[in-house]
Design a protein around this ligand. Structure first.
Ligand SMILES: [Ca+2]
Ligand SMILES: [Ca+2]
Length: 174
């Protein structure tokens, strides 16, 4: 009798877990969507600088303010960069929207200009929540080609591919 009770309890659990795995349409929240770690001619920031950038995508139905979150290029970094919360109009990403973080060490150019640059030879991109510990999304990449970005395949977000035509601020085009 005990065994049967246990089985009745466990079976629905197994079913609900596998069901969740199959659900590819689930919202992912805030995700890293594309980046360019070596920028010569691709795309300039508002100041005309050809700097490294990371594109974020808000895969949720809520606006998300990045102000107060942290960014680093190094796993285990005990001094990640704090994204300022002083200009929410700049640092808020709307539902289904894209936002560019410039990794240029030009903090005087605005709240989306971070102190961390990306190495073309490979590094990490880590976005940490306002609690300072929860990793929202992260990625480790290997050697990159100048002006060719790497991003999620729009048809399969779990797949990262190269883009000869980068699309900072808009959907990745295959
Ligand atoms: Ca810049
Ligand atoms: Ca894009």
């Amino acid at each position: 009798m005990k065994k049967l009770t246990l089985l009745l309890f466990v079976l629905p659990l197994i079913y609900s877990c596998s069901k969740e795995d199959d659900n590819t349409n689930k919202e992912r929240g805030l995700i890293i969507n594309e980046f360019l770690a070596s920028n010569d001619y691709c795309c300039a920031d508002e100041s005309g600088d050809y700097d490294d950038w990371v594109e974020l995508y808000n895969d949720s139905d809520q606006s998300i303010d990045l102000g107060g979150m942290y960014f680093t290029d190094t796993p285990g970094d005990d001094n990640p960069y704090l994204i300022p919360d002083t200009d929410p109009s700049e640092s808020t990403i709307s539902p289904g929207g894209y936002l560019i973080l410039w990794c240029d060490d030009d903090q005087e150019q605005g709240v989306l200009h971070l102190s961390k640059k990306l190495k073309g030879s490979g590094e990490s991109i880590i976005l940490i929540d306002k609690d300072g510990t929860t990793v929202i999304d992260s990625l480790t990449f290997s050697s990159q080609t100048t002006d060719i970005s790497m991003g999620r395949n729009a048809e399969n977000l779990d797949e990262w591919i190269f883009f000869e035509t980068p699309t900072p601020g808009s959907a990745n085009n295959n």
